[in-house]
Every structure is written in structure tokens, then in C-alpha cells.
Design a protein around this ligand. Structure first.
Ligand code: UDP
Length: 244
């Protein structure tokens, strides 16, 4: 087991969820050594965890919970706490690189078939001889068959892009049976890696405004963000006031 036991998790609590405070490189090293489930947390998931007790349990049982996006950073700031914002998509790509450098096999599950194929093709271009031992789109009838095939594949890194909370549950169900595998719930990352969806320009990424750019580009997302985002901020303000 590669577990790097000198690295201790330091978490901060927000809305009854434990969130890791590692910087990017440490989060990368920790995930690589520890295996298990990486959750890339956003305010929408925090709000869902209020109604969905399973999701809350899964998040709090994850090996690593990284604050994906400015919303979680702001939430923690309101509580007087701090964690490094880590874009899940960048974390996942850096992890692919690490697994590739170590010649370890990877698997991809999720997204539409065309998106999945383009993602695999682009990864093969970027990482010569990358070992993709299993790839399946995210629209399957028999989930058990996909899980079984993934187990049999021997993948050591599994990127699961089924959207939340589906991907978190899928990973949770599998991780006890695949103790040497690292799983990351990567949301819409395959859509970006396939070049089907553009990431926001760097300016928006740095300013923490990627969500705004994506909402303007894809107005259908508006309903997902509002009223969730303002409600999230109100909840956190309430958390702060009640504890003071
Ligand atoms: N997806 C999937 N199976 C499903 C539902 C969604 O594979 O049953 C995929 C979808 O095609 C997309 C990804 O899951 O590639 C997540 O998309 P979303 O925009 O919801 O992700 P996020 O906003 O979390 O990044």
C-alpha cells in the first residue's frame, strides 16, 4: 500500500460537511497515496446534502473533499475559515498525468458516447501510450454490469462523470470492492476534454467567475444556480450567526 501516512488531513466544517484544506500539490499527493473517493464539492451539492442524507454520509466518508469553485471558498470565508479552491477538472487532469507517469491503468465512465470517445482520443494524444483499460458512456441500463466490468478492468484511477449525486453514489458503492483504486467524481469534465464544451477564459477562472461565464453561455444552467447559490449563502450566514 502506498499510503503516505505522514500526511494528515486537516478539514474545515461547513454545513455539517468536512472539507479538506490541502493546497493543490498536497491534495494530489494525498489522493494518489490514499486511494478511495475524491469528492469535488460545490454549493449545489452542499444544498443537496440537506435533503439527501445518503449524499451527506457519502461526502463525510470520502477520503478527500476538495472545494471545487468559489462558492465553497466564500462559504468558508463567511465562517472565518479558509481552504484552497481546487478546480476538480484540473485536479483530475493532474491525477491522470501522475497515473500515466507511473504507467498505471485508468478507466473512464460517463457522458454521452461521442463525448467519451473524443475524450479518450484526446487523452491518448496528450499522454502517449496511456493505459485506458475501461471506458463506458454514462447512459447505461444495467449499472451492475458496468460496475462489474470496472472492477474486472483492474483500473487504478477511475474518473466518473455522471453528474451529482449519481457519480458520488456510484463511487461509494464500488470503493470498498476496489481498495487500491482512486475514484474522482468529475462532473462535466469529459464535455470539456472532448472539446464539446469550452472552459471559461482564464480571467473568469482566476476571478472565481467560471460559473457566471458558463451560465451566460448555457442559460439552461441558470435554474440550477438560482436560487441554489443565494440560498447556500443565506444558510451559511445563518450558520455563522447561530454559532456566534
Ligand atoms: N451524465 C451521464 N449520465 C447521466 C447524467 C449525466 O453520463 O445519467 C453526464 C453528462 O453527460 C455530463 C456529466 O454527466 O457529461 C455531468 O454533467 P453536469 O453538467 O451535470 O456536471 P457538473 O455541472 O457537475 O460539472
Amino acid at each position: 500500500m502506498l499510503y503516505n501516512n505522514y500526511m494528515e488531513r486537516k478539514t474545515e466544517r461547513l454545513q455539517d460537511l468536512d472539507i479538506d484544506t490541502f493546497g493543490f500539490e498536497d491534495a494530489l499527493e494525498y489522493g494518489f497515496a490514499k486511494r478511495g473517493q475524491v469528492v469535488t464539492l460545490n454549493p449545489e451539492m452542499v444544498m443537496n446534502s440537506k435533503k439527501n442524507i445518503d449524499l451527506k454520509k457519502i461526502i463525510n466518508n470520502a477520503e478527500l473533499v476538495i472545494p471545487d469553485g468559489v462558492g465553497i471558498e466564500i462559504g468558508l470565508k463567511i465562517l472565518g475559515k479558509k481552504a484552497h479552491r481546487i478546480a476538480g477538472i484540473e485536479y483530475a487532469k493532474a491525477m491522470i498525468r501522475k497515473y500515466w507517469e507511473n504507467s498505471l491503468p485508468i478507466a473512464l465512465v460517463g457522458a454521452r458516447q461521442e463525448v467519451l470517445e473524443l475524450t479518450c482520443a484526446n487523452l491518448k494524444k496528450e499522454f502517449a501510450d496511456i493505459k485506458i483499460v475501461y471506458a463506458h458512456n454514462g447512459f447505461f441500463d444495467n449499472e451492475d454490469n458496468v460496475k462489474l466490468a470496472l472492477r474486472k478492468s483492474g483500473a487504478k484511477l477511475a474518473l466518473i462523470a455522471l453528474g451529482s449525486p449519481k457519480q458520488e453514489q456510484f463511487i461509494y458503492d464500488l470503493k470498498k470492492n476496489m481498495p487500491d483504486t482512486l475514484f474522482i467524481g468529475v462532473g462535466g469534465s469529459f464535455d470539456v476534454w472532448s472539446n464539446k464544451v469550452e472552459r471559461a477564459p482564464e480571467f473568469y477562472q482566476k476571478a472565481g467567475l467560471e460559473w457566471l461565464y458558463r451560465t451566460v453561455k448555457e442559460p439552461a444552467r441558470f435554474r440550477r444556480i438560482f436560487p441554489t447559490l443565494p440560498l447556500f449563502v443565506l444558510r451559511v450566514i445563518k450558520e455563522r450567526i447561530c454559532k456566534c
